[in-house]
Write a protein that binds this ligand. Sequence first.
Ligand code: NAP
Ligand code: ZN
Length: 351
Amino acid sequence: MLTVNAYAATSPTDPLVPTTIQRRDLGPHDVLIDIAYAGICHSDIHTVRGDWGPITYPQVVGHEIVGHVADVGSAVTKHQVGDRVGVGCESGSCGECEQCRKGEEVYCLNGNVQTYNGLDTDGSVTQGGYSQAIVVHEDFVLKIPDSLPLDKVAPLLCAGVTLFSPLKHWNAGPGSRVAVIGMGGLGHVGVKLAHSLGAEVTVLSRTLAKQDDGLAMGADHYYATSDPATFENLAGRFDLILNTVSAGLDYSQYVDLLAVDGTLVILGAPTEPVTVDAMSLIAFRRSIAGSANGGIPVTQEMLDFCAEHGIVPETELIDASSINEAYERVLTSDVRYRFVIDISTLHTATN
Ligand code: NAP
Ligand code: ZN
């Protein structure tokens, strides 16, 4: 067992605190990763605050993880000591069901292993990336292309694939009109990806405060949803709308922005139920769908695509001691556009 410094939640309401956790000894197919950087996803905050139900405390969250391979198990073939690697939202799955065989491990029919607050194969609760090191089966370790800067790339492991996967699934590309609702951690990466895939990209944000940034990232159009005229002007316009909002919305308003056969994909995961006016869907054979981050093959494809197209998330690097402040800033949408924790500062956080 390896003891490592970490930052943990101890209750739904108390600030996260420095702690230590144990990492298991390497099994034959395990990889030990020295974590360099970890992104702060809004899902981390939903989880520790109990928005999605009770969790096990203390809990170390973080599923946007990058670093270097420090050691490998005896049978590991995919990774070598020193490699630049990443881990995303899943760190295991059954490997045998129809979905796993297709490389859709995120939809494992026997239940995947979430990187944190998940049930590991040995019955323990998984602990995530706000920590100095992690042990993960080699199949769930991604390769980080050399051209991507390690200190900025962590958000791709969740935010990146969460947007790339539906963009690919619903065939976004030249000739398609894509809207992204919410210009946050997920949304801003979605703008860059959709633009690079060749789609016409529109941002639907509450205000125009981030318009210049959105246009610079590749958006063709930018509208404020606080302006009722937005919904009149854009009625029936989009083939695909990706909703990244962390709170509930009037979904029918957005369904009305879909073209015939268009799809509204729910990515943001608030606690409120999704209710939609039936006639909005029926009228133009519109669909409403959900999508979870992505399997291992599409995650690697996304990383390689980002390297090829020079796509790098916009990040603010913070010390571990600033995690609680960063949470508050995420909750007030005061983030440009993803916080990334410099894990080397965990040393000082525990001193
Ligand atoms: P984030 O950085 O906080 O961004 C969310 C954005 O939503 C904000 O920037 C804001 O955009 C908009 N927003 C926030 N509150 C709002 C409100 N009350 N009304 C309307 N718009 C509001 O969060 P994130 O990390 O991108 O995550 C977004 C959501 O996706 C979270 O619920 C998270 O749990 C979920 N998620 C899902 C998956 C998945 O697999 N499906 C993966 C990762 C995350 P504007 O300021 O532009 O309006
Ligand atoms: Zn996430």
